[in-house]
Write a new protein. Sequence first.
Length: 163
Amino acid sequence: MSDDEVLARERFVDSFGAAFHEAGIPPMSSRVFAYLLVVDREKVSARELAEGLGASAAAVSGAVNYLIGVGMIERAPGTRGDRQHYYRLFPGDIWTAILLRRLPLVERWYESMRAGIADLGHEPQAGSPLYESALYFEFMRQETPAIMERWKAYRDAHLGDQG
């Protein structure tokens, strides 16, 4: 890899990592995820992550554990006898995989809000944060399958057999 490519990778990791951090992902986890997006390999070892990010093994370990815990990456098998830990993005359509892993959480939030509305005896009304939140998650539950179908068609139209 040329020096220019290394610098471009570092700029991307810093830029996307910062944007992801602004969305609430811890800084090192953001950088690890950005690195996995841009590295051109199916899986990356913990050692390679640490070297590529200029980070400690402990920082990488915490970051990958967070990303696995929130369903954004997964452990990847090594070769037999290999003691390295490997990580990867979900194979195929990463963003759909991440979103689909979040849907049970949306369902739990929705059910909890509906139960709260019923228990508290709230009447549906505009301006009620609880009621509007329940409406939002009800909408997301109903619309996400159609959005996913439209996304697949859009992706296929742009990537064809490459996707």
